[in-house]
Write a protein that binds this ligand. Structure first.
Ligand code: SF4
Ligand code: SF4
Length: 474
């Protein structure tokens, strides 16, 4: 008898959504040709094959080793009724509190980026009232107690007519770390603006859109040549030593060859504490940008960083245990003697070679817990340095740099949001980046917000799904 063999290894089942009608569908997870694939089928719209990761080993380790008990918000906001992802949020089935919560203060923007997930721009100059924004801040505080990180976002939040009053309102609340998500145009162009921002420099960070050194890439991603804006903004932020994270939206064939150069350059900028890379998400103006197959995944971004800069080794860029398959992180210390990647400082006995770069966490629970605390998105400037110092203190062979502060910390994050193609209920439930729904103040995972809850989507997309019955009958 001839045995017929599949060209893949079947690994698991999953629940996804159809990328056309957004109804829940069954899926299978396969390993094939070195990649992790999702196969799913909608009764109406047919089969889809989606690349989830291009590194099976890393992806499996992120699922199997980087697990920690879920941390919960103080309370949930919605009942479990229709099933995930139709009950956001946060419903009682969610498995992680808000490590970072976005507050969008309006839709207006001085750019009109082709990749904007919020479809913001000069034609949508509508702003939420200060009263509404205070209610949104209060919702985060009610949900979290002392929220770890709140990010003021937009549109372009610096254009809000009461922008500094918003910062004051955030400051009056027990928010540990405040971030400003900005395209940097106002910082670069308006005299005195960066100086005024610097008055908030304690536990405050500028999350600065950066993307590329090249005109072509900036025009493709942002619709404008912003090179002089980037330069001028960084010059001012350096002069003020205002903590800054560069945010790079990565698109295949556009700027994915620059990742290493951006890390290397960022390390030379005194104000820059890290770089966050975000593979472009299929939402907003980018919808239908990419099919399921030719996708830029977290693991490919990780591999390209490793290929393009010598600062980090494979063992340095690790899954973040809050949400391991969606976020990866590496720490380095900037010292007088150069850049030291964190994992290079971990005592050798903690690492096992065994043909791979696996860290044997089971051998040291205390170290594991401290490493997990350091590898967390749930902190900003000061607590990032504190948890890192805490980790390094339990490694006897590591000499801790004198006076370690956030100025020494350099953090690379790769953050991949779910879109309709790669959607996986398992991953959505672990989402730790959330956003406040402005109308009813629910806290919604950022991934599902862009799929079902932004603007009119709850009425136009989710409503018909629920009316028809949320689970597809096969
Ligand atoms: S993503 Fe989370 S909050 Fe939304 S329905 Fe699923 S479990 Fe509930
Ligand atoms: S991505 Fe940011 S800068 Fe670009 S249009 Fe949207 S809000 Fe504005």
């Amino acid at each position: 008898m001839t045995t017929r063999v599949r060209p893949w290894q079947f690994y698991d089942v999953a629940i996804s959504i159809c990328a056309t009608c957004f109804r829940r569908v069954d899926a299978k997870i396969m390993f094939q040709d070195g990649g992790v694939w999702m196969h799913k089928r909608c009764n109406e719209h047919g089969a889809e094959r989606v690349l989830i990761a291009d590194d099976v080993d890393y992806w499996r380790r992120s699922r199997e080793l980087f697990l920690k008990p879920s941390e919960m918000p103080k309370h949930f906001h919605t009942p479990v009724k229709h099933g995930c992802p139709y009950d956001c949020g946060l419903c009682a089935d969610h498995e992680q509190h808000s490590c970072l919560t976005l507050i969008e203060v309006g839709d207006g923007c001085n750019l009109e980026c082709p990749i904007c997930y919020a479809s913001s721009g000069p034609k949508r100059m509508n702003w939420r009232s200060l009263e509404k924004i205070e209610a949104m801040l209060d919702a985060v505080v009610a949900s979290e107690g002392e929220p770890d990180v709140v990010q003021i976002s937009g549109g372009e939040p610096t254009l809000h007519p009461q922008f500094f009053e918003i910062l004051e309102a955030a400051r009056r609340r027990p928010i540990r770390h405040l971030m400003l998500n900005t395209n940097g145009v106002r910082i670069a162009r308006e005299a005195g603006f960066a100086e005024r921002l610097a008055q908030y420099s304690s536990a405050f960070e500028v999350y600065l859109q950066f993307d590329s050194f090249e005109e072509r890439a900036l025009r493709e991603l942002r619709g404008a040549d912003l090179r002089s804006v980037r330069r001028a903004a960084i010059e001012k932020l350096n002069a003020l030593d205002l903590s800054t994270t560069l945010v790079v939206t990565v698109k295949r064939g556009t700027n994915d060859h620059e990742l290493g150069a951006i890390v290397d350059w960022a390390l030379e900028q005194p104000c820059v504490r890290g770089v966050t890379f975000q593979p472009v998400q299929d939402a907003g103006r980018t919808e239908a940008y990419d099919a399921g197959v030719n996708r830029l995944t977290l693991t490919e971004v990780r591999r390209r960083i490793l290929e393009q800069t010598s600062v980090f080794k494979p063992a340095d860029i690790l899954p973040v245990p809050c949400h391991p398959d969606a976020i990866a992180m590496a720490y380095a210390l900037k010292t007088a003697n150069g850049t030291l990647p964190l994992t290079g400082m971990i005592a050798p006995e903690v690492l096992i070679a065994a043909g791979s770069n696996t860290i044997r966490y089971e051998g040291d629970r205390e170290l594991q817990q401290r490493l997990f605390a350091a590898l967390s998105t749930a902190h900003g400037p000061e607590s990032g340095a504190a948890s890192l110092a805490n980790l390094l203190c339990c490694l006897p062979k590591v000499e801790l740099p004198q006076g370690l502060s956030y100025r020494n910390v350099f953090r690379v994050i790769i953050m991949q949001f779910l879109d309709a193609h790669a959607f996986d209920v398992r991953s959505a439930k672990k989402s730790c980046v959330h956003i406040v729904q402005p109308d009813d103040l629910r806290i919604v995972p950022f991934d599902t917000y862009n799929l079902f809850y932004r603007d009119d989507l709850e009425r136009t997309r989710l409503g018909p799904i629920l009316a028809a019955g949320s689970v597809q009958k096969s």
